[in-house]
Design a protein around this ligand. Sequence first.
Ligand code: PFF
Length: 492
Amino acid sequence: MENEKNSRGQWGSNFGFLMAAIGSAVGLGNIWGFPYKMGASGGFAFLIVYIGLVAFAGIAIMLGELALGRKTGYGVIGTYKLLSKKFAWVGWLGFLSGFLILAFYSVLGGYTLRYAIGFLMEIFSAGAGFGGLGSGAFFGAFTTNGASQIIYHLLFMGITVAIVMGGISSGIERFTKIAMPVLFGMLLIVIIRSVTLEGAMTGVSFMFAPNFAAFSEIGFMKVLKTAAGQMFFSLSLGMGCMITYGSYLSKSENLEKNAVIIPIADSIFALCAGLAVMPAVGAFMSQGVEGISFGAGPGLLFVTLHQVFSAGMGGLIGDLFGFLFYFLVFIAAVTSAISLLEVCTAYFVDKDVQKGTSGNRKKHTMIVGAIIFLVGIPVCLDGLGAGRAGGAMIDIPATMFGMSEVRMAFDCWLDFYDMIAEGVFMPLGAILMSVMIGWVLKTDVIKEEIEVGGLKMKSFRFWEICFKYIVPIVITFVLFGQLDDFFGLGIF
Ligand code: PFF
């Protein structure tokens, strides 16, 4: 039985809520994206920009989203509908972002499961987990094997659906309350191993050495847009996830405190993930192990790190740490995926509740999960673009729109979904939210909600300046930055 006050559900405790929200924030974005982006974009200099963005934009948006959700008591679509007729459609941007991101996130989550199982099997019998193939060869073979990816995508989605079906306190909260502390413990073990390897300092300095020259070499604007995009994705902002999680919070909880704790915890996790990954890469790179370098970019998680554990550490220790690491990434991905699915499920549960019925969460979760699984299948079938003969998947002659410089092409389905969701819908949804709250409905809406339980909103003036002025500027950067990346507009 849910210990819930109404048929939508409610968090059993503030700690449970925090674990779920931090679980949503900590995911592939932290462990995969953050270390290599930080290393490639100025190290410590990037970190300062990132922290500045979190302090002046991330926390403000987080507080706005949590307060909006708790005020209306609905998910992202219900919230916008209730607040403004004019902005009602913005909720759909959030819903569709969650839907599309989960479609490819689940495929990648399936990869982490495959790698965790692979290393587990290697512990018992050498060659059983990865067929005796090298890191690059195995990744190539796996990503071009559609059936195998679909099975792991199905498993990952099945686990996600099973948790969300359980409801807010008995499903999501119960899982994340255990998973998050375990995750942190596992991360600490990997960090200790990683930083004590011979040559580890090469990796530490790759990540942390202040390189202000990056600002002029890469361009300050480029660094800013990379950090801003990373912050949005990593904090699960701009698509109604925190609106949805906020809607299950009790009126007596302190939103201001929560809105600070979640971003701080997420940033600590990101730094810890960097300390788990980069020193190991640096160590084996400096020891001359083949195929290991900092320059791997997105290939870091599955190719470089696989090589770190299999060829670098090697033997039983390598297999054990490989399993521990990929299992940890898998757990982090699950706790994020459940929040993405909840964004979509909440819409249907809310509709039932509005009709006066108790809300058939189990049925809705299964149907939505099944549809997202189907939408993710094309991502499994195109070898991430590598297996395609004859160029890009979608190639629209940009001259059609009179923009001869622009290349409107996507190499694979993952890029295509990512462009629509992360590139357009998420930043657009966030800009509209800040305009709606900051300029149309007025910021008192948030203040009143924060103070509803009798607490005084201490940071109102500061928050208002961040939300009305800094946030729209930062999001505009994200929006143009993403479009620049996808279409090569050459803005930055
Ligand atoms: N924050 C997650 C990560 O860093 O991997 C991804 C994510 C989850 C984005 C939930 C958006 C969201 F609503």
